[in-house]
Design a protein around this ligand. Sequence first.
Ligand SMILES: *[C@@H]1O[C@H](CO)[C@@H](O)[C@H](O)[C@H]1NC(C)=O
Ligand SMILES: *[C@@H]1O[C@H](CO)[C@@H](O)[C@H](O)[C@H]1NC(C)=O
Ligand SMILES: *[C@@H]1O[C@H](CO)[C@@H](O)[C@H](O)[C@H]1NC(C)=O
Ligand SMILES: *[C@@H]1O[C@H](CO)[C@@H](O)[C@H](O)[C@H]1NC(C)=O
Ligand SMILES: *[C@@H]1O[C@H](CO)[C@@H](O)[C@H](O)[C@H]1NC(C)=O
Length: 418
Amino acid sequence: MGKPNICRLFLVLILSYLSDRANGRVNFKEIDAKLKQLNKPAVKTIQSEDGDIIDCVDIYKQPAFDNPTLKNHVIQVKPSFDIKEEKSSTENESSKLVISQTWQRSGSCPEGTIPIRRIRREDLLRVDSIDRFGRKPREIVSKSSTTNHSYSHFPLINNTNIIPPPLVNQSVAMLFTLGSNFIGAKGDINVWNPRLSSRSQEFTTAQIFVKSGPGDVFESLESGWTVFPNLYGDRRTRFFTHWTVNSYSSTGCFDLNCDGFVHTNPQIALGAAVEPVSTQRGEQYYIPLGIYMDPTSINWWLKYGDDTPTGYWPGTLFSFLNHSSTLVEWGGRLYSPNVKKPHHHTKAGMGSRHFASASYGKACFIRNIAIVDFSMALKYPDWVGTWADEFNCYSLYNDQQTSPVFYFGGPGRNPDCL
Ligand SMILES: *[C@@H]1O[C@H](CO)[C@@H](O)[C@H](O)[C@H]1NC(C)=O
Ligand SMILES: *[C@@H]1O[C@H](CO)[C@@H](O)[C@H](O)[C@H]1NC(C)=O
Ligand SMILES: *[C@@H]1O[C@H](CO)[C@@H](O)[C@H](O)[C@H]1NC(C)=O
Ligand SMILES: *[C@@H]1O[C@H](CO)[C@@H](O)[C@H](O)[C@H]1NC(C)=O
Ligand SMILES: *[C@@H]1O[C@H](CO)[C@@H](O)[C@H](O)[C@H]1NC(C)=O
């Protein structure tokens, strides 16, 4: 590209910026107000090599305290329960624990503060709606489905095939269990960095869901890893949390982008890039994740790694998850406007981008899957079902031998998924 072309490009950019502004599409006042609300005054600031800025914020000035119902909340310093997490004897030595976050190489937060990933103006300029910044899209089920049911693997519950309504703009490959009294769930999630297509609205997750709720409105607590360029501004694999009390329609968010989650651990930042990631037939890395309700305080604790918990969702946020969970899911989701559309399927990957049948070393896995009930012991669920709604695009395989391992994922578009 010659110099005149570059000048012309600049001119076009400036003109389109000015016209956006004239049309009122970029409302800097609104953006600055949102930034002020999201970013709390820092005691110390850490510039991470990956471009993130981590603010160490006084633990009592974190976003949770903007929530009117948490105004007088006293922070619970540590859980009041002890879950016996026996190291499984079948631990595969060829897999390695990953709890490192890139920013940790550049410094640490002092006691009494928590690390918060700073949101920048450009992060808000990327999104369509500032109100919905940092949230999962609403979970909409399709009335007129174009899904080809012969491609789907629907759950069998007590020998009855359940056909869940197809979700719009997302594809799933999940293992799940139903019950009346789950108060915890865990799993070791294999870490990868799948490629997405260039479309910016797409994102992919490998995660655990703890859910409850009436009818088709659910409350959920979620954590895992994601690649989500539109939210984070890059294609790194990041540790995330999310919650909602109404199927993402008007409550909850990723990480600390709204008031709710109470963060307690000065060493772990929500939304931070994790490293290293697994490579095909190379080292396999995983994150041990657990979500456990404290039966005394009714707070739901999040554990990332084997040591100190990261923080908790206060039980007072919930109307159903203030007692127990009735549905737990493990696996992957791929969010894109270009799923379930014949001939235009996205090439975005779920898991490692390999199909589940590729198994260990190539396909993404979750293992040491367990739930907790009121006996406070971890155990594999009595009953599990699987659900993949575009099996030819994103598949699953629940390997039930010795200690069960759940594999899931796929490449999206391929000759069997157009
Ligand atoms: C453990 O690792 C080996 C490769 O070193 C693999 O063949 C095997 O399937 C793995 N087992 C489990 C349970 O992941
Ligand atoms: C659905 O998929 C099957 C192959 O599994 C194919 O035979 C059938 O024609 C497809 N139906 C539609 C409407 O695309
Ligand atoms: C399946 O059937 C058994 C026995 O009737 C029952 O206890 C269990 O709750 C059922 N499971 C589900 C998920 O409906
Ligand atoms: C949970 O919340 C609902 C609605 O706010 C309330 O009616 C119920 O008593 C609560 N349950 C517990 C165990 O706190
Ligand atoms: C699906 O995604 C497209 C493109 O982003 C959007 O226009 C549409 O509203 C979405 N549908 C639903 C039901 O969210």
